[in-house]
Design a protein around this ligand. Structure first.
Ligand code: SAH
Length: 257
C-alpha cells in the first residue's frame, strides 16, 4: 500500500494565513518536506511528523528538484500521509508540476491544497486592490527568472499588456526589469510598490516609481520580496520623486504607540 502525497500551500509567511485543510493534513502527516522559507510555527503544526527541510536556495536547482521528487516517491512507499509544504500557493512559481508528474509516473496518489500567494498577501498589506475598479481590469503574475535548460519566455509582454503586475523573484534583477519595461513603453512615473516579507512582523514596504526601480538593489532587501506595478499604487507614492521611499512597519508601530 502506498500513501498519498499532498502538495500543500503554506501561505506567504504568517502562520495563521493557512487553510484549515492544510492545518488538518499537517496534524495527520507522517512526514513533511518543507521549503526553507516556511515559518517554523507552521512546520510545528505537524506534531507527529518527521520534518525534512528541502531548501533550493543554493545549488543546481534541477538536480535538487530531482532529488526532492525521488524523496517524495520513496516516502509515499513508506508512509500514509506525506506532506510537501511549499511557500504561498504550491502551483504558482512553485515547481508543483514537476512533483505531480514524478508522482503520477510512479502511480502515487497526490492532491494539491492551495495557499495564499505572495501577491495577494502583499496587496492585502497595502490595502490596495490589484484589480481596483476603474483602474485595473487585468493583472499579470510574472517572473523574469528561468531555470537551467528552460526556454526564456517574454515575461514582460504580459506585464505590458496588463493594467497591473506582480513580479516574483525579481529583486536581484530590478535594473533589467526596469530597462525592459521602460523600453516597452511603460512610463517612468509608473507607480511601484515593493513588499518584503509580506505578512510577517519584519515586513517592509518600499514605494517608488519604475524609473527608480534599479535603485532597489541598494535598498538592503534580504527577505523574499514582491514587485507590484500599476496606477493604483500611486496613492502612497511621493509626488514627483524618483527616489525610493521606505516605510518600515515596525517603526510605524513604534510611532503610533
Ligand atoms: N509559491 C510562492 C512563490 C514562490 S517563488 C507563492 O505563491 O507566493 C518565491 C518568490 O515569491 C520570492 O522571490 C518573492 O518574490 C515571493 N515571495 C514569497 N514569499 C513572500 C513574502 N512573504 N513577501 C513578499 N514576497 C514573497
Amino acid at each position: 500500500m502506498t500513501g498519498t502525497v499532498y502538495l500543500v500551500g503554506a501561505g506567504p509567511g504568517a502562520p495563521d494565513l493557512l487553510t484549515l485543510r492544510a492545518a488538518r493534513l499537517l496534524a495527520e502527516a507522517d512526514i513533511v518536506f518543507h521549503d526553507a522559507l516556511v515559518h517554523p510555527d507552521t512546520v510545528a503544526l505537524a506534531v507527529g511528523a518527521e520534518k525534512v527541510a528541502v531548501g533550493k536556495r543554493c545549488g543546481r536547482h534541477s538536480t535538487v528538484q530531482q532529488f526532492i521528487n525521488k524523496r517524495l516517491v520513496d516516502a509515499a512507499r513508506k508512509h500514509a500521509v506525506v506532506v510537501r509544504l511549499k511557500g504561498g500557493d504550491p502551483m504558482l512559481f512553485g515547481r508543483a508540476q514537476e512533483e505531480i508528474a514524478a508522482l503520477e509516473a510512479e502511480g502515487i496518489a497526490c492532491e494539491v491544497v492551495p495557499g495564499i500567494t505572495a501577491a495577494l498577501a502583499a496587496a492585502a498589506e497595502l490595502k490596495t486592490s490589484l484589480t481596483q475598479r476603474g483602474i485595473a481590469r487585468s493583472v499579470t503574475f510574472a517572473t523574469p527568472r528561468f531555470g537551467e535548460g528552460e526556454r526564456s519566455s517574454s515575461w514582460a509582454d504580459g506585464i505590458n499588456a496588463s493594467d497591473a503586475g506582480a513580479i516574483y523573484m525579481g529583486i536581484g534583477e530590478s535594473p533589467a526589469i526596469a530597462a525592459t519595461l521602460l523600453a516597452a513603453g511603460k512610463p517612468r512615473s509608473l507607480p511601484v510598490a515593493v513588499v518584503e516579507n509580506a505578512s510577517l512582523p519584519n515586513q517592509r514596504v518600499h514605494y517608488l516609481t519604475l524609473a527608480a526601480l534599479p535603485g532597489l538593489a541598494d535598498a538592503g532587501i534580504t527577505g523574499p520580496a514582491l514587485i507590484l506595478l500599476g496606477p493604483q499604487f500611486a496613492a502612497h507614492a511621493v509626488a514627483g520623486a524618483d527616489a525610493a521611499v521606505t516605510r518600515c512597519r515596525q517603526s510605524i508601530r513604534v510611532a503610533s504607540g
